[in-house]
Ligand binder design. Structure first.
Ligand code: NAG
Ligand code: NAG
Ligand code: NAG
Length: 396
């Protein structure tokens, strides 16, 4: 090597070290500009779980918004602190943890609504318990249509859940015998595909951010052959009667049309994909179990969830392809919590349900999630998407 080149080489090395370290600093939340950059360019939904003993929950079993069956600290779920030491690390960027003070500060005088099934309620409870860290005066809030929620007086913010498991209006219609007697054991579940459930039909003006979901109710064990779902449109049964997944597609299409027509354009709207179940060795009513102490490996996921493998946990991906298709081209942002949740076979309440006979009657709960737990990561992601959406639209 020519000795003349040597100083240039040193310079080059120094320059690349500088470049490299400034690249790294893009991914750390040290300055707010770099944080914004990494957020808008970040796909939070792909990544991996990394064990980190410093990652601890923001709340405990004393949060007043808990639902007993998900309060895994109180119910003494084994190894819970181990289970909650996993941190989601998106590929190529940094997922900041929610700062409840900053979040509620930005959301001042605004309201966040969840609409859908118990997986959205599970999500809500996590959200409320985390936000309460910034406002201990948080109190329960309930209004007509709202199943449950909380009001944060320091910030004048309401966060609530509207229970509508299929999103459409649906009701049990017992079969009438010729004598006009109803015995209640036979009948149909009538779903009006073009009518939103009363619980959320009139909430349009109230919320600035809305998150919709529907999922595990679109299943034959909720609506067996003797008590089937029957789809109605404009008051008449649809012929030929759609299959369950076709019904899901029709309902979501109609609900989106309603949302786009009735809800203000500048309401931030999200739709979350389906939360995966983890029944191992049988379905929920066949002693299916989820007594795991660590997340699944990436290469196990297809085995568990791929519809082509026809396992008991295939439904989330099946429904997701329907939902993704219908949501294309709408102004509703898709939120994919499915993939990151698929890993977490260890994060369900399983047999620790806080009630003596619950497992004997209902089986293990491998569907909902322990709190604190996985939904806290959903909160980290959703809060970033809300802040990011706020930055783009200047809405809140
Ligand atoms: C806790 O985890 C360890 C290691 O995976 C396991 O041996 C033990 O059985 C677990 N305890 C419970 C109560 O699940
Ligand atoms: C609280 O927020 C609502 C909007 O959700 C607004 O109408 C009301 O004026 C706010 N109250 C105060 C005291 O700022
Ligand atoms: C579930 O386990 C119980 C007790 O071990 C057993 O009696 C029952 O037959 C099992 N059920 C199924 C569907 O395997």
């Amino acid at each position: 090597m020519s000795p003349k080149l040597f100083p240039y080489l040193i310079l080059l090395t120094l320059a690349s070290i500088y470049l490299f370290s400034s690249l790294i600093s893009l991914h750390t939340p040290s300055s707010s500009t770099s944080q914004l950059l990494s957020i808008s360019n970040c796909n939070f939904f792909k990544g991996k779980w990394v064990f980190d003993p410093n990652h601890t929950p923001l709340y405990d079993d004393t949060c007043p918004f808990h639902r007993n069956a998900w309060n895994c600290i109180r119910n003494q779920r084994g190894n819970l602190s181990l289970i909650n030491s996993w941190k989601w690390v998106p590929r190529g960027c940094h997922l900041p943890r929610i700062d409840p003070f900053r979040f509620l500060g930005v959301m001042r005088n605004n309201n966040v609504g969840f609409v859908g099934d118990s997986l959205n309620e599970n999500f809500l409870v996590s959200f409320l318990c985390i936000l309460r860290v910034a406002d201990e005066g948080a109190r329960k809030w309930k209004k007509k249509g709202a199943w449950r929620g909380a009001y944060f007086p320091k910030f004048n913010v309401t966060v609530a859940y509207h229970r509508a498991v299929l999103l459409s209006k649906y009701q049990w219609q017992p079969k009438q015998s010729e004598a006009g007697i109803q015995d209640g054991s036979e009948g149909i579940h009538r779903v009006d595909v073009d009518v939103p459930a009363d619980e959320w039909a009139k909430i349009a003006g109230f919320y600035d951010v809305l998150l919709f979901n529907t999922g595990h109710w679109w299943n034959f064990d909720k609506f067996p052959k003797e008590k089937p779902l029957v789809f109605y449109k404009a008051g008449k049964p649809i012929v030929p009667p759609p299959e369950m997944l076709d019904g899901l597609e029709i309902v979501i299409g109609n609900m989106i049309a309603y949302i786009e027509k009735e809800f203000p354009r500048n309401t931030l709207k999200f739709w979350r994909l389906v939360s995966p179940r983890h029944f191992y060795g049988g379905d929920w009513n066949q002693n299916g179990s989820c007594l795991f102490n660590k997340p699944l490996e990436e290469n196990e996921l297809d085995l568990w969830f791929e519809p082509r493998n026809n396992g008991v946990n295939k439904e989330a991906r099946q429904m997701n392809s329907v939902i993704q298709k219908v949501l294309q081209g709408t102004n509703i942002q898709l939120v994919d919590f499915t993939h990151l949740s698929e890993f977490r076979a260890d994060a369900h309440p399983a047999i620790w349900l806080g009630k003596k006979d619950a497992v004997a009657i209902w089986g293990q709960d491998c569907l909902h999630w322990c709190l604190p737990g996985l939904p806290d990561t959903w909160v980290d992601i959703l809060s970033q998407l809300i802040l990011d959406g706020h930055g783009r639209t200047g809405r809140l």
